[in-house]
Design a protein around this ligand. Structure first.
Ligand SMILES: *[C@@H]1O[C@H](CO)[C@@H](O)[C@H](O)[C@H]1NC(C)=O
Ligand SMILES: *[C@@H]1O[C@H](CO)[C@@H](O)[C@H](O)[C@H]1NC(C)=O
Ligand SMILES: *[C@@H]1O[C@H](CO)[C@@H](O)[C@H](O)[C@H]1NC(C)=O
Length: 290
């Protein structure tokens, strides 16, 4: 085998191993990982990518952002960096476009295809912080000046996990900045579609500002094949609506949004509900699908 074949092969094996680990122990996956190798190059590279190609209007110093991030993490216990990212966050203020914020919980895959089709949506991943740190793992070590590349503690094992702390702060900032109409994508095929322990239920919802947000538009989406557990009038989503009402938000809630169903049918066209869709959609006028 040539060396490139070998490396392709080893990547495939590694991919397979990861996939199996994901299947076997989703909760433990993060616990197995130490700081992502090459994290500095990844973060600084993504930062340059973002300010050069994704959002060229921003003027940030990527090396400085890295320095502030590193300062917060290293020399800290791997469970104890809760508030220390403030310096970095303060250095990269970002305003969000109104009417475009998309929040989601347990709908990650569908959220990505929804966003890819209706290009105007913004999620946390579209902000500089989200873009830089997406899918990365890190933790420091108290006795040493570097990152810990041996396994980092699991989120659940820490009161203030370094990765969780950053996402928590990023999610809070994102929700505080949200304005105009916002969209919330929830999974009606699970119990507790609105979960008070999720990032949306524990951080983002409480950070939304009723004076900045015009409407909270909830979309409940189930798997095409079910189960059909929760809806706008059933289960935890009713609690969400009550909370919104009590805080003075205007809201709408939609079950079975057409666009979301079509996106699921594209992936899975043989589903019986997609055959029905195809018939009824073709008779409808004005359904623009971009
Ligand atoms: C957490 O950090 C603070 C200061 O950053 C320090 O005083 C405290 O001892 C640390 N606690 C642990 C458990 O490492
Ligand atoms: C709902 O959650 C389940 C379990 O996490 C997942 O398998 C499914 O893809 C989700 N459905 C949608 C529509 O996102
Ligand atoms: C905001 O949401 C409301 C309710 O869904 C809708 O009537 C209105 O047209 C939306 N406005 C914008 C700017 O999208």
């Amino acid at each position: 085998m040539s060396s490139s074949q070998t490396s392709v092969y080893s990547v495939m094996i590694r991919g397979t191993v990861w996939f199996i680990m994901l299947l076997l122990c989703p909760g433990q996956l993060r616990a197995q990982l130490g700081t992502t190798p090459h994290i500095k190059h990844i973060v600084v590279g993504r930062c340059y990518d973002y300010i050069t190609l994704v959002n060229p209007s921003l003027r940030f110093d990527c090396e400085e952002i890295w320095r502030q991030f590193e300062e917060s993490v290293v020399h800290q216990s791997s469970c104890n960096v809760t508030l220390d990212y403030h310096q970095m966050f303060d250095a990269i203020p970002q305003t969000l476009p109104c009417d475009r914020c998309l929040f989601w919980s347990k709908t990650r895959e569908l959220m990505h295809s929804y966003k890819a089709h209706l290009r105007h949506f913004w999620t946390l991943e579209d902000t500089l912080v989200g873009y830089m740190f997406n899918d990365l793992v890190w933790c420091g070590q108290e006795e040493d000046s570097g990152f810990d590349f041996s396994p980092c503690p699991a989120w659940a094992a820490c009161r203030h996990h370094p990765v969780y702390s950053l996402w928590r702060q990023a999610s809070q900032n994102f929700a505080e900045m949200a304005c105009g109409n916002i969209t919330v994508l929830l999974n009606g095929s699970i119990v507790n579609a609105f979960n008070r322990k999720s990032m949306f239920g524990s951080v983002e919802l409480d950070s939304l500002d009723p004076c900045r947000v015009d409407y909270v538009n909830i979309k409940v989406v189930t798997n095409l094949e079910g189960p059909f557990i929760e809806s706008c009038s059933q289960g935890s989503i009713v609690d969400l609506i009550q909370i919104l009402q009590a805080r003075g938000f205007r809201w709408t809630c939609t079950d079975n949004d057409e666009t979301l169903m079509i996106l699921q049918c594209i992936v899975n066209p043989k589903q019986s509900s997609c055959q029905r869709c195809a018939n009824s959609f073709s008779h409808r006028k004005g359904l623009t699908f971009t």
